[in-house]
Design a binder for this molecule. Sequence first.
Ligand code: HAM
Length: 418
Amino acid sequence: MAQGVRGTRDFYPEDMRLRTWLFNRFHEASLSHGFEEYDAPIIEHEDLYTRKQGEEITQQLYNFEDKGGRRVSLRPEMTPSLARMVMARSGALPLPIKWYSIPQCWRYERTQRGRGREHYQWNVDIWGMDGIEADAELLSVMVSLFRSVGLTSEDVVIKISSRKVLEEVLGSLGIVGESFAKTCVIVDKMDKLPAEAITAQLSDLGLDDDSISTIQSVLGIAKLSDLSESLDEGSTASTELESLFSLIDSYGISDWVQFDASIVRGLAYYTGPVFEAHDRSGNLRAICGGGRYDKLIGTLGGKDLPATGFGFGDMVIMELLSDKGLLPDISSRVSDVVFCMDESLRGAAMSVSSKLRQSGRKVDLVLEGKKMKWVFKHAERTGAERLVMLMPDEWSSGKVRIKDLETGDESDVAFESL
Ligand code: HAM
Protein backbone atom coordinates (compact mmCIF):
# COMPACT_ATOMS: atom_id res chain seq x y z
CA MET A 1 0.00 0.00 0.00
CA ALA A 2 2.99 2.33 0.40
CA GLN A 3 3.41 2.44 -3.36
CA GLY A 4 1.35 4.73 -5.60
CA VAL A 5 -0.02 3.87 -9.04
CA ARG A 6 2.69 2.87 -11.55
CA GLY A 7 4.08 5.80 -13.51
CA THR A 8 2.91 8.42 -10.98
CA ARG A 9 5.09 10.40 -8.61
CA ASP A 10 4.95 11.51 -5.00
CA PHE A 11 6.43 14.89 -4.27
CA TYR A 12 8.09 14.87 -0.86
CA PRO A 13 8.98 18.36 0.41
CA GLU A 14 12.50 18.20 -1.08
CA ASP A 15 10.98 17.27 -4.49
CA MET A 16 8.28 19.87 -4.11
CA ARG A 17 10.86 22.61 -3.48
CA LEU A 18 12.49 21.80 -6.80
CA ARG A 19 9.16 21.57 -8.59
CA THR A 20 8.10 24.96 -7.25
CA TRP A 21 11.45 26.40 -8.27
CA LEU A 22 10.95 25.10 -11.84
CA PHE A 23 7.33 26.29 -12.00
CA ASN A 24 8.46 29.75 -10.88
CA ARG A 25 10.87 29.82 -13.84
CA PHE A 26 7.90 28.84 -16.10
CA HIS A 27 5.82 31.67 -14.65
CA GLU A 28 8.62 34.21 -15.06
CA ALA A 29 9.43 33.27 -18.66
CA SER A 30 5.72 33.53 -19.56
CA LEU A 31 5.05 36.76 -17.69
CA SER A 32 8.18 38.42 -19.08
CA HIS A 33 6.68 37.90 -22.54
CA GLY A 34 3.26 39.24 -21.62
CA PHE A 35 1.38 35.94 -21.31
CA GLU A 36 -1.53 35.42 -18.89
CA GLU A 37 -2.22 32.29 -16.90
CA TYR A 38 -5.36 30.16 -17.35
CA ASP A 39 -6.51 26.74 -16.17
CA ALA A 40 -9.08 24.09 -17.11
CA PRO A 41 -10.43 20.91 -15.51
CA ILE A 42 -8.23 17.81 -15.51
CA ILE A 43 -11.21 15.78 -16.79
CA GLU A 44 -12.92 16.34 -20.14
CA HIS A 45 -15.44 14.66 -22.45
CA GLU A 46 -13.59 11.78 -24.08
CA ASP A 47 -14.54 12.88 -27.58
CA LEU A 48 -12.40 15.98 -27.18
CA TYR A 49 -9.50 13.56 -27.76
CA THR A 50 -10.80 10.83 -30.01
CA ARG A 51 -9.17 12.00 -33.21
CA LYS A 52 -8.91 9.33 -35.84
CA GLN A 53 -5.45 9.82 -37.33
CA GLY A 54 -3.71 7.03 -35.44
CA GLU A 55 -1.86 9.22 -32.94
CA GLU A 56 -0.29 7.44 -29.97
CA ILE A 57 -1.84 9.94 -27.57
CA THR A 58 -5.39 8.83 -28.43
CA GLN A 59 -4.48 5.24 -27.57
CA GLN A 60 -3.09 6.25 -24.18
CA LEU A 61 -6.18 7.86 -22.69
CA TYR A 62 -7.08 7.44 -19.03
CA ASN A 63 -10.74 7.22 -20.02
CA PHE A 64 -13.77 5.80 -18.27
CA GLU A 65 -17.50 6.13 -17.83
CA ASP A 66 -18.59 8.39 -14.99
CA LYS A 67 -21.50 7.59 -12.67
CA GLY A 68 -23.85 9.44 -15.02
CA GLY A 69 -22.87 7.18 -17.94
CA ARG A 70 -20.77 9.85 -19.72
CA ARG A 71 -17.52 8.91 -21.46
CA VAL A 72 -14.81 11.09 -19.92
CA SER A 73 -11.01 11.17 -19.86
CA LEU A 74 -8.19 12.68 -17.86
CA ARG A 75 -6.46 15.17 -20.15
CA PRO A 76 -3.43 13.75 -21.99
CA GLU A 77 -2.52 17.28 -23.13
CA MET A 78 -3.86 20.80 -22.64
CA THR A 79 -4.31 21.98 -26.24
CA PRO A 80 -7.84 20.57 -26.81
CA SER A 81 -9.08 22.11 -23.53
CA LEU A 82 -7.57 25.42 -24.55
CA ALA A 83 -9.23 25.17 -27.98
CA ARG A 84 -12.54 24.41 -26.26
CA MET A 85 -12.18 27.47 -24.01
CA VAL A 86 -11.28 29.74 -26.92
CA MET A 87 -14.17 28.33 -28.97
CA ALA A 88 -16.66 28.88 -26.12
CA ARG A 89 -15.83 32.60 -26.12
CA SER A 90 -15.29 32.88 -29.84
CA GLY A 91 -15.53 36.45 -30.97
CA ALA A 92 -15.59 37.77 -27.41
CA LEU A 93 -11.90 37.47 -26.58
CA PRO A 94 -9.60 40.29 -27.69
CA LEU A 95 -6.98 38.95 -30.08
CA PRO A 96 -4.26 37.90 -30.03
CA ILE A 97 -4.74 35.61 -27.04
CA LYS A 98 -1.45 34.97 -25.24
CA TRP A 99 -2.04 32.42 -22.51
CA TYR A 100 -0.01 29.94 -20.49
CA SER A 101 -0.74 27.19 -18.01
CA ILE A 102 1.04 24.41 -16.06
CA PRO A 103 -1.45 21.51 -16.10
CA GLN A 104 -0.86 17.95 -14.97
CA CYS A 105 -1.42 15.62 -17.95
CA TRP A 106 -2.09 11.90 -17.96
CA ARG A 107 -1.00 9.37 -20.61
CA TYR A 108 -0.91 5.62 -20.28
CA GLU A 109 2.66 5.45 -21.65
CA ARG A 110 5.49 2.98 -21.38
CA THR A 111 7.41 4.51 -18.48
CA GLN A 112 11.06 5.33 -19.07
CA ARG A 113 13.61 7.99 -18.15
CA GLY A 114 11.86 11.34 -18.60
CA ARG A 115 8.46 9.78 -19.40
CA GLY A 116 5.83 8.92 -16.83
CA ARG A 117 2.08 8.36 -16.83
CA GLU A 118 1.52 11.77 -15.38
CA HIS A 119 3.61 14.87 -15.91
CA TYR A 120 3.23 18.58 -15.53
CA GLN A 121 3.33 20.36 -18.86
CA TRP A 122 3.98 24.06 -19.18
CA ASN A 123 1.86 25.23 -22.14
CA VAL A 124 2.41 28.52 -23.90
CA ASP A 125 0.11 29.42 -26.80
CA ILE A 126 -0.79 32.35 -29.03
CA TRP A 127 -4.16 32.45 -30.80
CA GLY A 128 -5.39 34.80 -33.50
CA MET A 129 -2.11 35.45 -35.30
CA ASP A 130 -1.35 34.12 -38.77
CA GLY A 131 2.16 35.44 -39.01
CA ILE A 132 5.30 33.56 -38.00
CA GLU A 133 6.05 36.48 -35.67
CA ALA A 134 3.99 34.50 -33.15
CA ASP A 135 6.06 31.35 -33.64
CA ALA A 136 9.27 33.34 -33.22
CA GLU A 137 7.99 34.90 -29.99
CA LEU A 138 7.29 31.42 -28.61
CA LEU A 139 10.86 30.37 -29.35
CA SER A 140 12.01 33.41 -27.42
CA VAL A 141 9.90 32.32 -24.42
CA MET A 142 11.43 28.86 -24.63
CA VAL A 143 15.00 30.16 -24.76
CA SER A 144 14.39 32.52 -21.85
CA LEU A 145 13.32 29.50 -19.78
CA PHE A 146 16.47 27.57 -20.74
CA ARG A 147 18.64 30.53 -19.83
CA SER A 148 16.86 31.04 -16.51
CA VAL A 149 17.68 27.51 -15.35
CA GLY A 150 21.34 27.89 -16.31
CA LEU A 151 21.39 26.02 -19.64
CA THR A 152 23.24 27.33 -22.66
CA SER A 153 22.99 26.79 -26.41
CA GLU A 154 25.80 24.24 -26.00
CA ASP A 155 23.48 22.09 -23.91
CA VAL A 156 20.25 22.43 -25.86
CA VAL A 157 19.16 22.75 -29.49
CA ILE A 158 15.69 23.64 -30.77
CA LYS A 159 15.11 21.80 -34.02
CA ILE A 160 12.70 23.50 -36.37
CA SER A 161 10.86 22.57 -39.54
CA SER A 162 7.40 23.09 -40.98
CA ARG A 163 4.57 20.71 -41.76
CA LYS A 164 4.27 22.70 -44.97
CA VAL A 165 7.47 21.08 -46.26
CA LEU A 166 5.87 17.64 -46.32
CA GLU A 167 2.53 19.12 -47.30
CA GLU A 168 4.01 20.58 -50.46
CA VAL A 169 5.89 17.40 -51.33
CA LEU A 170 2.94 15.11 -50.61
CA GLY A 171 0.42 17.50 -52.15
CA SER A 172 2.11 17.05 -55.51
CA LEU A 173 1.65 13.29 -55.03
CA GLY A 174 -2.05 13.74 -54.25
CA ILE A 175 -1.78 13.08 -50.52
CA VAL A 176 -3.88 15.75 -48.85
CA GLY A 177 -6.23 16.36 -45.91
CA GLU A 178 -6.78 13.44 -43.56
CA SER A 179 -4.23 11.21 -45.34
CA PHE A 180 -1.65 13.96 -45.00
CA ALA A 181 -2.18 14.17 -41.23
CA LYS A 182 -2.02 10.37 -40.97
CA THR A 183 1.21 10.33 -42.99
CA CYS A 184 2.78 12.86 -40.61
CA VAL A 185 1.81 10.76 -37.59
CA ILE A 186 3.52 7.72 -39.15
CA VAL A 187 6.57 9.65 -40.34
CA ASP A 188 7.09 10.99 -36.81
CA LYS A 189 7.72 7.42 -35.64
CA MET A 190 10.66 6.92 -38.02
CA ASP A 191 13.29 7.04 -35.31
CA LYS A 192 11.30 4.76 -33.01
CA LEU A 193 10.15 1.97 -35.34
CA PRO A 194 12.06 -0.24 -37.84
CA ALA A 195 12.08 1.07 -41.43
CA GLU A 196 9.98 -1.88 -42.68
CA ALA A 197 7.22 -1.11 -40.19
CA ILE A 198 7.09 2.51 -41.35
CA THR A 199 7.06 1.50 -45.01
CA ALA A 200 4.28 -1.00 -44.32
CA GLN A 201 2.15 1.62 -42.54
CA LEU A 202 2.71 4.15 -45.31
CA SER A 203 1.80 1.68 -48.04
CA ASP A 204 -1.35 0.79 -46.08
CA LEU A 205 -2.24 4.45 -46.50
CA GLY A 206 -1.85 4.04 -50.26
CA LEU A 207 1.63 5.52 -50.72
CA ASP A 208 3.78 3.82 -53.36
CA ASP A 209 7.52 3.12 -53.06
CA ASP A 210 8.44 6.25 -55.02
CA SER A 211 6.44 8.50 -52.70
CA ILE A 212 7.98 6.82 -49.67
CA SER A 213 11.52 7.38 -50.91
CA THR A 214 10.68 11.00 -51.81
CA ILE A 215 9.51 11.52 -48.21
CA GLN A 216 12.67 9.92 -46.87
CA SER A 217 14.98 12.09 -48.95
CA VAL A 218 13.15 15.30 -48.02
CA LEU A 219 13.26 14.43 -44.33
CA GLY A 220 17.02 13.98 -44.60
CA ILE A 221 17.58 17.66 -45.46
CA ALA A 222 19.47 19.35 -42.65
CA LYS A 223 20.21 22.75 -44.23
CA LEU A 224 17.63 25.37 -44.96
CA SER A 225 19.57 26.41 -48.06
CA ASP A 226 19.15 22.88 -49.48
CA LEU A 227 15.40 22.89 -48.94
CA SER A 228 14.44 25.11 -51.86
CA GLU A 229 16.03 22.62 -54.28
CA SER A 230 13.55 19.94 -53.25
CA LEU A 231 10.52 22.23 -53.28
CA ASP A 232 8.87 24.16 -56.09
CA GLU A 233 10.00 27.68 -56.82
CA GLY A 234 8.21 30.20 -54.60
CA SER A 235 7.43 27.47 -52.06
CA THR A 236 5.57 28.88 -49.04
CA ALA A 237 7.29 26.41 -46.72
CA SER A 238 10.70 27.60 -47.72
CA THR A 239 9.90 31.34 -47.68
CA GLU A 240 8.17 31.07 -44.32
CA LEU A 241 11.03 29.15 -42.73
CA GLU A 242 13.52 31.67 -44.07
CA SER A 243 11.56 34.54 -42.52
CA LEU A 244 11.26 32.62 -39.27
CA PHE A 245 15.02 32.12 -39.07
CA SER A 246 15.57 35.77 -39.81
CA LEU A 247 13.27 36.78 -36.92
CA ILE A 248 15.08 34.31 -34.69
CA ASP A 249 18.26 36.12 -35.60
CA SER A 250 16.72 39.44 -34.52
CA TYR A 251 15.89 37.95 -31.13
CA GLY A 252 19.57 37.03 -30.82
CA ILE A 253 18.81 33.34 -30.30
CA SER A 254 20.22 31.82 -33.51
CA ASP A 255 22.73 29.73 -31.53
CA TRP A 256 19.85 27.85 -29.98
CA VAL A 257 18.08 26.73 -33.16
CA GLN A 258 18.70 24.53 -36.14
CA PHE A 259 16.67 23.64 -39.20
CA ASP A 260 15.93 19.91 -39.34
CA ALA A 261 13.45 18.57 -41.89
CA SER A 262 13.03 15.34 -39.91
CA ILE A 263 11.00 17.19 -37.24
CA VAL A 264 7.36 16.46 -38.07
CA ARG A 265 5.78 15.87 -34.58
CA GLY A 266 3.36 13.10 -33.71
CA LEU A 267 0.16 15.05 -33.22
CA ALA A 268 -2.19 15.25 -36.19
CA TYR A 269 -3.29 18.86 -35.77
CA TYR A 270 -0.08 20.72 -36.67
CA THR A 271 -0.26 22.71 -39.90
CA GLY A 272 2.83 24.97 -40.06
CA PRO A 273 6.15 25.48 -38.28
CA VAL A 274 6.95 22.69 -35.80
CA PHE A 275 9.72 22.66 -33.23
CA GLU A 276 11.25 20.41 -30.61
CA ALA A 277 14.07 21.04 -28.14
CA HIS A 278 16.60 18.31 -27.48
CA ASP A 279 19.68 17.99 -25.33
CA ARG A 280 22.67 18.21 -27.66
CA SER A 281 24.15 14.96 -26.39
CA GLY A 282 21.00 13.17 -27.57
CA ASN A 283 20.73 11.07 -24.40
CA LEU A 284 17.24 12.14 -23.48
CA ARG A 285 13.80 12.28 -25.06
CA ALA A 286 12.51 15.61 -26.41
CA ILE A 287 12.58 18.31 -23.72
CA CYS A 288 9.59 20.12 -25.19
CA GLY A 289 7.74 20.53 -28.46
CA GLY A 290 5.08 22.43 -30.29
CA GLY A 291 4.06 24.14 -33.46
CA ARG A 292 1.31 25.85 -35.40
CA TYR A 293 -2.17 24.34 -35.43
CA ASP A 294 -4.47 26.63 -37.42
CA LYS A 295 -7.29 24.13 -37.94
CA LEU A 296 -7.90 22.53 -34.56
CA ILE A 297 -11.07 24.41 -33.68
CA GLY A 298 -12.55 23.41 -37.05
CA THR A 299 -12.14 19.74 -36.15
CA LEU A 300 -14.04 20.42 -32.91
CA GLY A 301 -16.95 21.93 -34.80
CA GLY A 302 -16.06 25.61 -34.43
CA LYS A 303 -14.72 28.34 -36.67
CA ASP A 304 -10.96 28.04 -37.23
CA LEU A 305 -8.64 30.51 -35.58
CA PRO A 306 -4.87 30.47 -36.22
CA ALA A 307 -2.87 29.23 -33.25
CA THR A 308 0.61 28.21 -32.29
CA GLY A 309 2.14 26.98 -29.06
CA PHE A 310 4.28 24.49 -27.24
CA GLY A 311 4.19 22.05 -24.35
CA PHE A 312 7.17 21.68 -22.03
CA GLY A 313 7.20 18.79 -19.56
CA ASP A 314 8.70 18.89 -16.08
CA MET A 315 10.48 15.54 -16.32
CA VAL A 316 13.14 15.65 -19.05
CA ILE A 317 14.30 19.13 -18.06
CA MET A 318 14.90 17.93 -14.48
CA GLU A 319 16.88 14.92 -15.78
CA LEU A 320 18.98 17.23 -17.91
CA LEU A 321 19.59 19.72 -15.10
CA SER A 322 20.57 16.89 -12.80
CA ASP A 323 23.01 15.45 -15.42
CA LYS A 324 24.58 18.89 -15.80
CA GLY A 325 24.79 19.52 -12.04
CA LEU A 326 22.47 22.51 -12.42
CA LEU A 327 19.80 21.59 -9.89
CA PRO A 328 19.70 24.42 -7.34
CA ASP A 329 20.36 23.80 -3.69
CA ILE A 330 17.16 25.03 -2.08
CA SER A 331 17.16 24.05 1.54
CA SER A 332 16.38 27.15 3.55
CA ARG A 333 12.71 27.52 4.31
CA VAL A 334 12.18 29.16 7.69
CA SER A 335 13.68 32.35 9.04
CA ASP A 336 13.08 31.82 12.76
CA VAL A 337 12.66 28.84 15.05
CA VAL A 338 10.80 29.97 18.18
CA PHE A 339 10.84 27.88 21.31
CA CYS A 340 10.17 28.24 25.01
CA MET A 341 12.45 26.90 27.75
CA ASP A 342 9.54 26.38 30.07
CA GLU A 343 5.91 25.28 29.63
CA SER A 344 4.72 28.36 31.51
CA LEU A 345 5.99 30.43 28.54
CA ARG A 346 4.07 28.50 25.85
CA GLY A 347 1.47 31.27 25.44
CA ALA A 348 4.23 33.88 25.23
CA ALA A 349 5.97 31.82 22.53
CA MET A 350 2.74 31.91 20.54
CA SER A 351 2.43 35.70 20.90
CA VAL A 352 6.05 36.15 19.82
CA SER A 353 5.53 33.86 16.79
CA SER A 354 2.40 35.77 15.76
CA LYS A 355 4.23 39.07 15.97
CA LEU A 356 7.16 37.81 13.92
CA ARG A 357 4.83 36.26 11.32
CA GLN A 358 2.91 39.52 10.97
CA SER A 359 6.16 41.28 10.25
CA GLY A 360 6.75 38.83 7.36
CA ARG A 361 9.14 36.31 8.95
CA LYS A 362 8.71 32.59 8.22
CA VAL A 363 8.41 31.16 11.69
CA ASP A 364 8.55 27.56 12.86
CA LEU A 365 7.19 27.42 16.40
CA VAL A 366 8.29 24.37 18.40
CA LEU A 367 4.93 23.06 19.58
CA GLU A 368 5.98 20.73 22.38
CA GLY A 369 8.54 20.54 25.18
CA LYS A 370 11.91 19.63 23.66
CA LYS A 371 15.50 19.51 24.85
CA MET A 372 17.90 22.27 23.78
CA LYS A 373 19.95 19.74 21.79
CA TRP A 374 16.90 18.75 19.73
CA VAL A 375 16.03 22.40 19.09
CA PHE A 376 19.50 23.19 17.72
CA LYS A 377 19.41 20.18 15.44
CA HIS A 378 15.93 21.08 14.29
CA ALA A 379 16.96 24.67 13.55
CA GLU A 380 19.84 23.36 11.44
CA ARG A 381 17.56 20.95 9.58
CA THR A 382 15.09 23.70 8.72
CA GLY A 383 17.87 26.06 7.58
CA ALA A 384 16.70 28.73 10.05
CA GLU A 385 18.62 31.99 10.30
CA ARG A 386 17.75 32.65 13.94
CA LEU A 387 16.71 30.88 17.07
CA VAL A 388 14.25 32.88 19.19
CA MET A 389 14.22 31.64 22.77
CA LEU A 390 11.74 32.43 25.52
CA MET A 391 13.43 32.22 28.92
CA PRO A 392 11.78 32.97 32.29
CA ASP A 393 14.06 35.83 33.48
CA GLU A 394 14.29 37.59 30.13
CA TRP A 395 10.56 37.28 29.47
CA SER A 396 9.72 38.71 32.90
CA SER A 397 11.40 41.92 31.71
CA GLY A 398 9.58 41.68 28.34
CA LYS A 399 12.52 40.37 26.32
CA VAL A 400 13.37 37.36 24.17
CA ARG A 401 16.82 35.95 23.47
CA ILE A 402 17.78 35.82 19.79
CA LYS A 403 20.65 33.67 18.55
CA ASP A 404 22.02 34.36 15.08
CA LEU A 405 22.67 30.84 13.83
CA GLU A 406 25.28 31.90 11.32
CA THR A 407 27.52 33.99 13.58
CA GLY A 408 26.50 32.45 16.92
CA ASP A 409 25.90 35.95 18.36
CA GLU A 410 23.19 36.28 21.00
CA SER A 411 21.23 39.35 22.03
CA ASP A 412 18.13 40.17 24.08
CA VAL A 413 15.43 42.03 22.23
CA ALA A 414 12.29 43.66 23.63
CA PHE A 415 8.98 42.11 22.49
CA GLU A 416 7.82 45.51 21.19
CA SER A 417 10.78 45.93 18.87
CA LEU A 418 10.71 42.42 17.42
P1 HAM B 1 3.76 16.64 -26.90
O1 HAM B 1 4.98 16.62 -27.75
O2 HAM B 1 2.93 15.43 -26.90
O3 HAM B 1 2.93 17.92 -27.31
O4 HAM B 1 4.20 16.95 -25.42
C1 HAM B 1 4.92 18.11 -25.13
C2 HAM B 1 5.96 17.85 -24.05
O5 HAM B 1 5.32 17.30 -22.89
C3 HAM B 1 7.01 16.80 -24.40
O6 HAM B 1 8.05 17.35 -25.17
C4 HAM B 1 7.48 16.42 -23.01
O7 HAM B 1 8.28 17.46 -22.46
C5 HAM B 1 6.20 16.42 -22.23
N1 HAM B 1 5.59 15.08 -22.17
C6 HAM B 1 4.70 14.53 -23.01
N2 HAM B 1 4.36 13.29 -22.62
C7 HAM B 1 5.05 13.05 -21.49
C8 HAM B 1 5.14 11.96 -20.57
N3 HAM B 1 4.44 10.84 -20.75
N4 HAM B 1 5.97 12.08 -19.51
C9 HAM B 1 6.69 13.20 -19.31
N5 HAM B 1 6.63 14.27 -20.12
C10 HAM B 1 5.84 14.20 -21.20
C11 HAM B 1 1.71 18.27 -26.78
O8 HAM B 1 1.22 17.72 -25.83
C12 HAM B 1 1.11 19.48 -27.41
N6 HAM B 1 -0.27 19.61 -26.91
C13 HAM B 1 1.95 20.69 -27.09
C14 HAM B 1 1.41 21.94 -27.70
C15 HAM B 1 0.90 23.02 -27.04
N7 HAM B 1 1.31 22.19 -29.01
C16 HAM B 1 0.78 23.38 -29.18
N8 HAM B 1 0.51 23.90 -27.98
